[in-house]
Design a protein around this ligand. Structure first.
Ligand SMILES: NC(=O)c1ccc[n+]([C@@H]2O[C@H](COP(=O)([O-])OP(=O)(O)OC[C@H]3O[C@@H](n4cnc5c(N)ncnc54)[C@H](O)[C@@H]3O)[C@@H](O)[C@H]2O)c1
Length: 357
């Protein structure tokens, strides 16, 4: 995956950003559930990059994925990276020592979680419980759970930017609940297993991360807008396009997860995202059209049949308060929106060309 120039540059950037702490990975074994997904693949590639460029003793990486949305052929195995096909919502035995467990398995795109609702609930609920049982047995140095900014639901405007202490405004039975509620119970499992069984826990709440390696057909807003614009198709805007989001480029976010994973601070829960440039979806559409520059593409307004976008279940604003991550993890996102989207467009154009061949 690291062979594209944009991705290679990102891996170098991440490696620089974590240079003071990456030695903690020397000779360690890291288990990554959901490692064939967008964020998981970047983590695997980063660890591979560290093995080849900076670690004195390489780390071992075990990826587990059931490939429900992740693509099987996208991870290159080598002497330090192995891939197993495993549904983490089923109980399973993991042989050997494990130092860190990362739980990044879910169906993060509304297009997919709407199609596989029970599987999404199982990954967040049963999958988290199964991995915590393994963490208990292996005596891990840290267990990192990928929660979501969706635990905040549609935040009260008094809580934007949203701090980790905000308890959320979430529907337990709306169109997004099969994704949001498993994230909430997943966090509950983590903190209670952590307390009862003395497992070190870290929980990250990503806020709309984007970048190379995303499936272009996965329906999330940036790959959706960019691939439509490149292909000269209409960009679909659900609702009136007034909803806002902040977007975090993958190299910033990956540094954030690794800083959380390797943190020995007692603080457990961290927002990871970008607090700069909160943008309305209609302005994002215009921005993408301008940057891609394909005259055949334009914006089209539509109703969303799934009911997750552009209506009252769609959060109207989303912006993280990063005070805690900045102070404790020294997390500091650097990539601005235009620069990041340009990088994504360059990668997506090449990806579309390769797939056409
Ligand atoms: N990307 C974001 O902006 C974002 C935002 C908030 C939260 N998150 C969370 O971060 C994590 C990673 O996100 P992503 O964007 O890489 O998601 P993704 O959907 O691209 O990848 C998730 C991976 O998990 C795998 N998976 C799903 N169910 C599984 C199961 N039962 N057993 C094993 N593997 C399973 C899928 O096949 C896929 O490879 C997810 O937990 C997601 O909910 C991501």
């Amino acid at each position: 995956m690291g062979s594209h120039k944009i991705i290679s540059e990102d891996l170098e950037e991440i490696s620089n950003e974590i240079r003071d702490i990456s030695h903690k990975l020397n000779g360690e074994t890291i288990f990554i559930a959901g490692g064939a997904g967008f964020l998981g693949k970047y983590l695997v590639s980063t660890l591979d990059y560290l093995n080849k460029n900076s670690l004195e003793k390489p780390c071992k990486v075990i990826v587990a994925d059931n490939f429900i949305t992740g693509l099987e052929r996208k991870i290159e195995e080598n002497e330090n990276i192995s891939v197993i096909k495993q549904d983490i919502s089923k109980e399973f035995i993991l042989e050997g020592d494990v130092d860190y467990i990362i739980h990044a398995a879910s169906l993060a795109s509304p297009k997919f979680y709407n199609k596989f609702r029970l599987e999404t609930i199982n990954a967040g609920f049963l999958g988290t419980r199964n991995l915590l049982e393994i963490a208990k047995e292996k005596n891990v140095k840290n267990f990192l759970f990928f929660s979501s900014s969706e635990v905040y639901g549609d935040p009260d405007s008094k809580f934007i930017p949203t701090p980790e202490e905000y308890r959320g405004n979430v529907s337990c039975n709306g169109p997004r609940s099969c994704y949001d509620e498993p994230k909430r119970i997943g966090e509950t499992l983590c903190v209670n297993y952590g307390d009862i069984h003395n497992i070190p826990i870290k929980i990250v709440r990503p806020f709309n991360v984007y970048g190379p390696g995303m499936r272009l057909d996965d329906g999330r807003v940036i790959p959706n807008f960019v691939s439509s614009a490149i292909n000269g198709e209409k960009i679909t805007m659900y609702g009136d396009g007034d909803q806002t989001r902040t977007f975090c480029y993958i190299s910033d976010a990956t540094s954030g997860w690794i800083k959380a994973l390797l943190s020995s601070e007692s603080e457990r829960i961290f927002n990871i995202g970008n607090d700069d440039q909160e943008i309305k979806m209609k302005h994002l559409g215009d921005l993408v059209l301008g940057l891609v520059g394909n005259k055949n593409s334009s914006v089209e307004y539509k109703e969303d049949k799934m009911g997750v976008y552009g209506n009252k279940s769609d959060p109207s604003r989303r912006c993280p308060d990063l005070t805690k991550s900045r102070n404790i993890l020294h997390y500091n996102p650097k990539v601005n929106l235009v620069f990041g989207i340009k990088r994504f467009i360059k990668w997506a154009e090449d990806e579309i060309l390769v797939n056409k061949k």
